[in-house]
Design a binder for this molecule. Structure first.
Ligand SMILES: C[S@@+](CC[C@H](N)C(=O)[O-])C[C@H]1O[C@@H](n2cnc3c(N)ncnc32)[C@H](O)[C@@H]1O
Length: 341
């Protein structure tokens, strides 16, 4: 008889309220462990990279769970749990769920970090840039802790997998952060240099008041902003924006553009079909768009949209890269990126 394959426990963090979607996406062996936390029991070689998961923002392999950390001495039980895993680490990530309770834990973690870092350093967990593995300590309260490691694309080097961005004062809307996060998440530094520069063109559907358009004009691109609503006057004064008060579902550019952006609040199936039309007709080379999630069957609904998009692009014979993520700045939506290659 074949021996049972070894099963490892992978811990995923997601936006609170999306645990069921995160678990459904992770597949068999996934269970909701608490607010914003899902566990997956499966052989490690079957784990997809974090970037391929839409709902998970952080992931690591659990090596220990501590449930009764004594308030007077938390450090020694942590060192004991880690005794068999000594070796350099590239970063120590002290994490917590993205909940109100989690924010209280963050305050406690700030005080606790210097002493813990120093104790870990003395017990074989030196911080070294090229160490290749990250140490995760995920606190669900001040006594309950999950300990583990991630390496390479298994997890994120950012604490809680969250890319924190500062709201630029001159930007027309907070939505600007969504596009900034999307560009930094989906494009590497080289792609950003190549594809976000003066001389390139974009269309922004549902652009008003201009937070997404602003991200591109800041990088020197020319943007056609399509929306019946008003655009921020300072943005229009850059001379880089043409405002067209038209229906985003009907507008088409006279010449192909480099980028299509779309933040219209509409049924996700309608947005997916529109994106597929633009890409398959050659109207744009890359697209960033939001898919608003329905109230029910969010994971299934999203999978149907992504499958539809792939089928349309495949049957047009296109080579492309498709990424989709529930970003930190997304709420009841996810952001997708398609680049023709
Ligand atoms: C969430 S807001 C966009 C915010 C914008 N991305 C920003 O960063 O400032 C959605 C916009 O879509 C526009 N919209 C909705 N349906 C549209 C349509 N059919 N055609 C054009 N614009 C539409 C609305 O007028 C609204 O301004």
């Amino acid at each position: 008889m074949e021996a049972n394959p070894r099963r490892d426990t992978r811990i995923l963090q997601c936006r609170p309220g999306f645990e069921a979607d995160c678990a459904a996406e992770a597949g068999p062996g996934a269970t909701v462990l608490g607010e914003g936390i899902v566990g997956v029991s499966a052989p490690m070689d079957s784990w997809p990279p974090l970037a391929d998961l839409v709902f998970a923002r952080q992931a690591f392999r659990q090596v220990a769970e501590l449930t009764e950390l004594p308030p007077g001495d938390r450090i020694n039980p942590i060192l004991a749990a880690l005794a068999a895993h000594a070796g350099p680490i590239s970063v120590l990530l002290l994490e917590h769920p993205d909940t109100n309770a989690g924010k209280e834990i963050a305050g406690f973690l700030r005080k606790f970090t210097p002493a813990l870092t120093s104790a870990l350093g003395k017990h074989g967990f030196k911080l070294e840039r090229g160490a290749g593995r990250r140490l995760h300590l995920l606190f669900t309260d001040s006594r309950h802790l999950r300990v583990g490691f991630s390496a390479g694309d298994e997890g994120s080097p950012l604490s809680n997998g969250i890319l924190r961005l500062k709201m630029p004062r001159e930007a027309p809307s907070r939505s600007t952060l969504k596009l900034e996060e999307a560009l930094l998440t989906f494009l590497d530094a080289q792609e950003q240099q190549r594809w976000l520069r003066a001389g390139l063109t974009a269309v922004d559907l549902g652009a008003a008041p201009g937070g997404w358009t602003w991200q591109l004009t800041q990088r020197g691109l020319r943007v056609t902003a399509v929306d019946n609503g008003p655009m921020q006057p300072a943005l229009m004064a850059t001379g880089l924006v043409e405002h067209r008060r038209e229906d985003g579902f009907r507008y088409r550019p006279r010449r192909p553009v480099d980028w299509l952006l779309c933040d219209m609040v509409e049924q996700p199936q309608r947005i997916a079909a529109l994106m597929a039309d633009w890409l398959t007709r050659g109207d744009c080379r890359r697209a960033v768009f939001n898919l608003k999630l329905p109230m029910k069957r969010r994971h299934d609904n999203l999978q149907e949209c992504l499958k539809f998009l792939r089928q349309r692009l495949d049957s047009a014979g296109l080579d492309y890269r498709l990424r989709c993520k529930q970003l930190y700045h997304d709420r009841e939506e996810v952001t997708a990126y398609i680049a023709l290659t």
